[in-house]
Design a protein around this ligand. Sequence first.
Ligand code: GAR
Length: 187
Amino acid sequence: MVKKNTCVFISGRGSNLKNLIIHSRDNSFPIKISLVISNNKKAIGLNYAKKFKIPYIFINTDSKNYEKKILFNLKKYKIKFICLAGYMKIISKNLTKAFQGKIINIHPSLLPKFKGLNTYSRMLKNNEKKGGCTVHFVNERLDGGSTITKKIFFIEKNDDEKILKNKTQILEYKAFPEAIIKIFRNI
Ligand code: GAR
């Protein structure tokens, strides 16, 4: 099987990146992570790129020509597929256009509920009964593309933000690889 050359975008801890790297080392997993892009120089997740010897680049998304830099590097590394794993920046129009149907994102809620930031505090405020995560295709609307996989858990009375995050991320580590397998099985 020819693995799809993939770039993972991160901004922070990178636990989903680590999980995807581990899955991608399996011969039957459909992607190879060939590049990691971070918009945060100090993202802890960059250490996983270093540890697993994957090329990585910091791109300052406050700089003028950042989109050009991203597109240049995606071309340079022959990237065919993009996973957003805790990338806290909206993807620019030209990038979504250039990679239509080839960018996926993981979001810590049951979309279309709780798009955007601070999902856990908003869920608690809203007395939600269920939480979860969604893997979806990225289009020009924030957290708006079609869903690939969703996973659900029940919120208990004493759950706080930390517990919600834990419960969500345990599900994310299953949902992200499952979504990738599902996409490439259907092609
Ligand atoms: C994940 O829980 C992901 O769902 C969330 O950031 C976390 C990153 O964790 N993404 C978003 O909120 C995007 N809107 P990680 O850096 O440990 O993988």
